[in-house]
Design a protein around this ligand. Structure first.
Ligand SMILES: Cc1cc2nc3c(=O)[nH]c(=O)nc-3n(C[C@H](O)[C@H](O)[C@H](O)COP(=O)(O)OP(=O)(O)OC[C@H]3O[C@@H](n4cnc5c(N)ncnc54)[C@H](O)[C@@H]3O)c2cc1C
Length: 552
């Protein structure tokens, strides 16, 4: 096997695969170096829900959604809140990315066989004013086939390039250093890890059985973020979100270890916005874990009532699905690291979705029949029902007194007072009869149901939480779940990395989560969702094209 190529890509996740295939399409040779085994190809994207931020798509238009580049850019900027000198490139990436999402993104993917589920989700709805955080309209386009469906076209192209000799995979090769000659990055070296048959997503051994050195004209760092390394997450935790949580669960496999970020920084690359991260507050412990501390995120519809650990309802507009980091900040300010959803069987049935390819066998398996049952079934989707019966964070009871007793028992904190919780639920329930009311969450539910996609599969018919006919009652203890790294290596629009001295480092590129999905943090402080896979596609594509051109 050759130890040199035109370009080396570190990481076989989505961003690495996109970059590598653009390089081989340009007729150049590439080596993809990946610390995990072949069975893990695709990295986090395989596990993802496959949700993609697209703007003014045919799918949106079919549902009557009027979207535009201007509206999406307004939402993006209100959400990002760019306010730093180092936001120069992140902001330029944001503008370019929104244009990509409103332009070529869909047709480029479609030409590779990618398809979209026709009901568009409405994530991060905000609740502030038109210039504030959130999506004004539904934009979350779920890949038909979820995560595996977004990896598939790029894996196929990579395998074709491998067959023609232009692409070489080096699995179980862990990069420990970047090589620099005469100021230009021209290779990598590291450890060869013992082969390991651990299934995809499970932790693999770090036993070293050898070493390696590879040479090229350029290196693309596509090594992902830090979400699997809780120490690093705590170290980078910003004060504005309160103290770093002591207890978190993991929304990513252990290989999302952030190690290569330290190695690249030590080689001279400029890491910016490391305090910007995207973690969720609706995490539930997986009863059937794949990776350590495995947690799943609930993608909630708008109707569950949300209480903090003391039993106080979260303030407006912090309703389910509105403002992830606003909720995180509020929850951390309570002095407790968890919160509660209280809902009914009617709500769970229609509104609970779980993020992750393995939690959505209908969409992942591309089964129209199974997917149609989301709209017609009596119960919730099977994976949600499984959590309801087996999940450590779920409580199901016939009456509120028993529910609150069980909630106190589960938390062990004994903070919840039945009368206080009951008064808040009853007050909300009194507002449910009229379609125009005061309670902002109830108003949100009415608003959601005016969108056909939500009415079909995401928002339960308004009803009283304490109506026994809608029961049983359900409480879900929600944990903080680590996921995405929003900061990263500062890059120009060709994904070229800047050094500590502010000059482009010759031969070095960064893509995907390692580059803050472009520029060193194209999301700014917050995301509109479905923007991460897309950031891997866009930054990987730009890097691959530029690196191939530079390779002469
Ligand atoms: C459950 C789940 C659901 C998600 N849902 C969505 C969604 O619906 N929409 C969306 O936009 N995003 C979603 N995401 C986020 C998205 O999947 C990730 O942000 C994205 O896939 C990151 O891709 P990446 O290529 O940058 O990094 P990764 O996928 O982390 O790949 C990096 C690769 O580099 C390898 N590596 C690291 N260091 C080294 C080294 N030193 N040497 C060699 N190899 C190394 C790793 O082993 C890994 O394979 C989800 C993520 C998860 C986990």
């Amino acid at each position: 096997m050759a130890d040199e190529a035109d370009v080396i890509v570190v990481g076989g996740g989505l961003a690495g695969l996109v970059a590598a295939t653009e390089i081989t399409d340009a007729g150049k040779r590439v080596i993809v170096v990946e610390q995990e085994g072949e069975q893990s190809l695709g990295g986090q994207a395989f596990w993802s829900f496959g949700g993609l931020f697209l703007v003014d798509s045919p799918e949106q238009r079919r549902l009557g959604i009027k979207d535009s580049y201007d509206l999406a850019l307004q939402d993006w900027m209100g959400t990002a809140g760019f306010d730093r000198d180092e936001d120069h490139w992140p902001k330029r990436w944001a503008e370019a990315y929104v244009a990509f999402a409103a332009g070529e993104k869909r047709s480029w993917l479609r030409a590779m066989g990618h398809r979209i589920f026709p009901v568009i989700g409405w994530a991060e709805r905000g609740g502030y004013d038109a210039m504030g955080h959130g999506n004004s309209v539904p934009r979350f386009h779920v890949t038909w086939g979820t995560g595996p469906g977004i990896v598939e076209p790029f894996e196929r192209r990579a395998r074709e390039a491998q067959a023609s000799g232009r692409l070489t995979f080096r699995f179980r090769h862990r990069v420990d250093a970047l090589h620099i000659t005469g100021g230009a990055v021209d290779g990598v070296s590291g450890a060869i890890l013992a082969s390991d048959s651990a299934e995809r997503g499970r932790s693999s051994s770090r036993q070293i059985i050898g070493d390696f050195t590879l040479r090229a004209q350029a290196v693309i760092v596509a090594s992902g973020g830090i979400g699997g390394n809780h120490d690093l997450v705590r170290q980078n935790w910003p004060k504005r979100l309160g103290d770093a949580p002591k207890n978190m669960i993991s929304g990513v496999p252990e290989h999302v270890d952030g190690r290569m970020i330290g190695i690249t920084e030590a080689a001279g690359a400029r890491l910016i916005n490391r305090d910007r991260m995207w973690h969720y507050v609706e995490g539930i412990r997986n009863w059937n874990p794949i990776w350590p501390r495995h947690g799943i995120r609930i993608l909630p519809g708008p109707s569950s009532m949300w209480f903090d650990a003391t039993g106080t309802r979260l303030p407006a507009p912090l309703f389910p699905g509105s403002d992830t980091l606003g909720q995180l900040q509020y929850i951390m300010s309570t002095g407790y690291e968890y919160s509660w959803f209280v809902l009914t069987q009617s709500i769970i049935k229609k509104e609970f979705a779980l993020s992750g390819s393995e939690q959505n066998p209908d969409l992942t398996g591309k089964s129209w029949l199974m997917t149609a049952r989301r709209a017609t079934n009596k119960g919730a989707p099977a994976p949600v029902e499984a959590f309801k019966t087996k999940g450590a964070d779920f409580i199901v009871r016939d009456n509120l007194a028993d529910l609150v007793t069980a909630m106190n028992k589960l938390s062990g904190d004994n903070l919840l007072k039945l009368d206080f919780v009951k008064a808040q639920i009853e007050a909300r329930d009194r507002e449910i009869e009229n379609p125009y009311v005061k309670d902002a969450q109830v108003m949100n539910i009415h608003n959601a149901r005016r969108y056909i996609g939500d009415r079909l599969i995401r928002t339960a018919k308004p009803h009283r939480i304490l109506d026994p006919a809608q029961g049983p009652l359900i409480a879900v203890k929600l944990n903080i779940l680590t996921r995405k790294t929003l900061g990263g290596f500062e890059t120009d629009l060709d994904s070229r990395v800047f050094g500590h001295d502010g000059q482009v480092m010759k031969g070095l590129y960064a893509v995907g989560e390692a580059a803050g999905f472009g520029g060193g943090g194209m999301h700014g402080y917050r995301s509109l969702e479905g923007t991460f896979l897309g950031g891997c596609l866009f930054s990987g594509r730009n890097a691959g094209r530029a690196a191939a051109k530079d390779a002469g």
